[in-house]
Design a protein around this ligand. Structure first.
Ligand code: AMP
Length: 404
C-alpha cells in the first residue's frame, strides 16, 4: 500500500516523501480519502498511530493558501500536542506554501499575535489561549472551513469543554468537522452528535498493534531497590532513549536526580514544569543530549518522540489504560520497542488489572548480574526526600516494623 492512491495532490506527496513516510498507517489509509471528499470524520485513534498526518495532509490539500484568516483550525488539549501538530503541518507547508501558526498558553502573547497578524492558513491552538486571543480580537475565526478537534476525550477530562464550545460557536456553521479521540466515551459521542454532520467513523484497533510490537518485561524488586535496579538496567542493558514513568512529580524529580548522580544524563518532565523546561527536556532526549526522560502520566499522552527504545514503568500506573498509553511511547509506526515494569510487592494487584486489560500474562525476569541482596548503593528517592537529614537505605523487609 502506498500513498499514491489516496487522492493526495503531487505537492502533498512530495511532502510525504520528504517526511520519509513510505506507506500510510491504517488511520491514514482510511481518513485521508474521506477527509478529501469533504466528509466529517470521527477518528478513534490514539497518539502513535500516525493520526496527526492523517488529518494534516488532507486538510492542507482542502484549504487554499491565501490571506484572510485561518481556513483550518486544529484545537488540541496540550502545548506539547500543539507543538507536534505544528511541526508536522510546518513540514507539509514547506511544499504547499501554506502559513502555519501555533498558539498556546504559558508563554508570551507577542510572537503569537504577530504571527496571527502576518496571516495564517492553518492555526493550531490550545483552547484557553485561543479564547484569550479571540477576546483580544486578534484571532478571527470567521473564515474557518475545517475544524479539527484533537484528543476530544482528553479535552473533556481536562475540563476544556466550555472553552471548546465557545470556539465552536465562533466558527462558521457551514464547515467540515474532524474529531479525534483515543476513547469513545458517551460524553465524546454526545459531542459527536451535537457538532458533526453525518460523520464517517474511522478507527484503528486501540492499542492492539503497539502491544504486539512491544516486548513487555516485568522485574519484581523490593520497593527500596527500584532506583538501584533502574541504574543497573540502564547501564548493563545499555538502554538508550528511555522514558521512565513515575507515580508522582516528586518521584520524577528524585529519580532524575539519582540517575544524574550515577552519571546517566536525564531530565524530568511533569505538570509543574514550565513550558520552556518541558520543551527543553523533550528536545534534549530527541537530540540525544540526554538518554533518559523521567515523566509523570500528566504528560504521558501526546509525547511524540521517535525511536524511544524503552519505556520503564518505575511505578506501575494507577489505571491499566495509562499503562497502555505509557508503553505506546515505544514501538511507534511499526518499529519494535521494550517496556520494562519494576514491580514492587505492593503492585501485584495493579499488574493483574493490567494483564486483564491487555489480555496477556506478562513474563517476569530477574536482572542478570544485579545483586538483589544489596540495599545500600542507591538511596530510595521517596524516603530520602522525606528525611533529608538521615538518608535511608533500609530494605523493604524492614518496612512496617516499629523502631524500638
Ligand atoms: P502520531 O500518531 O501522529 O503522533 O504519529 C506517531 C509517529 O509516527 C510520528 O513520529 C510520525 O512521524 C510517525 N508517522 C506517522 N505516519 C507515518 C507513516 N506513514 N510512516 C512512518 N511513520 C509515520
Amino acid at each position: 500500500m502506498s500513498f499514491d492512491n489516496l487522492g493526495l495532490a503531487p505537492r502533498l506527496l512530495e511532502a510525504v516523501a520528504a517526511m520519509g513516510y513510505t506507506s500510510p498507517t491504517p488511520i491514514q489509509r482510511d481518513a485521508i480519502p474521506t477527509v478529501l471528499e469533504g466528509r466529517d470524520v470521527v477518528g478513534c485513534a490514539q497518539t502513535g498511530t500516525g493520526k496527526t498526518a492523517a488529518f494534516v495532509l488532507p486538510v492542507m490539500q482542502r484549504i487554499a493558501a491565501n490571506p484572510g484568516g485561518p481556513r483550518a483550525l486544529v484545537v488540541t488539549p496540550t502545548r506539547e500536542l500543539a507543538v507536534q501538530i505544528e511541526d508536522v503541518a510546518g513540514q507539509v507547508a514547506k511544499h504547499t506554501k501554506h502559513r502555519v501558526a501555533v498558539v498556546y498558553g504559558g508563554v508570551g502573547y507577542e510572537p503569537q499575535i504577530k504571527a496571527l497578524k502576518r496571516g495564517v492558513d492553518l492555526l493550531v491552538a490550545t483552547p484557553g489561549r485561543l479564547l484569550d486571543l479571540m477576546e483580544r480580537k486578534v484571532a478571527d475565526l470567521s473564515h474557518v472551513d475545517v475544524l479539527v478537534l484533537d484528543e476530544a476525550d482528553r479535552m473533556l477530562d481536562m475540563g476544556f469543554w466550555p472553552q471548546v464550545r465557545k470556539i465552536i460557536a465562533a466558527v462558521p456553521a457551514e464547515r467540515q468537522n474532524l474529531l479525534f479521540s483515543a476513547t469513545m466515551t458517551s460524553d465524546v459521542m454526545r459531542i459527536v452528535s451535537s457538532t458533526l454532520h453525518d460523520p464517517v467513523r474511522v478507527e484503528v484497533a486501540p492499542a492492539a498493534k503497539p502491544i504486539e510490537a512491544i516486548d513487555q518485561r516485568v522485574y519484581p524488586v523490593g520497593g527500596m531497590q527500584k532506583a538501584q535496579l533502574l541504574v543497573h538496567l540502564i547501564r548493563e542493558d545499555d538502554l538508550d532513549r528511555v522514558i521512565v514513568f513515575t507515580r508522582t512529580k516528586h518521584r520524577a524529580d528524585r529519580v532524575a536526580k539519582v540517575l544524574h548522580q550515577h552519571g546517566i544524563k536525564s531530565a524530568a518532565i511533569h505538570g509543574d514544569r514550565s513550558q520552556s523546561q518541558r520543551q527543553s527536556a523533550l528536545e534534549s532526549l530527541k537530540s540525544g543530549r540526554c538518554r533518559v526522560l523521567v515523566a509523570t502520566d500528566v504528560v504521558a499522552r501526546g509525547i511524540d518522540i521517535d525511536d524511544v527504545s524503552h519505556v520503564v514503568n518505575y511505578d506501575l500506573p494507577n489505571s491499566p489504560e495509562d499503562y497502555v498509553h505509557r508503553i505506546g511511547r515505544t514501538a511507534r509506526a511499526g518499529k519494535s520497542g521494550t517496556a520494562v515494569s519494576l514491580l514492587s510487592p505492593e503492585e501485584h494487584e495493579a499488574l493483574r488489572d493490567i494483564e486483564v486489560k491487555i489480555g496477556a500474562v506478562l513474563d517476569t525476569h530477574d536482572a542478570e548480574g544485579f545483586d538483589y541482596s544489596d540495599h545500600r548503593l542507591v538511596p530510595n528517592p521517596e524516603r530520602a526526600a522525606s528525611r533529608p537529614v538521615r538518608t535511608v537505605y533500609s530494605s523493604s523487609r524492614n518496612r512496617g516494623r516499629r523502631r524500638r
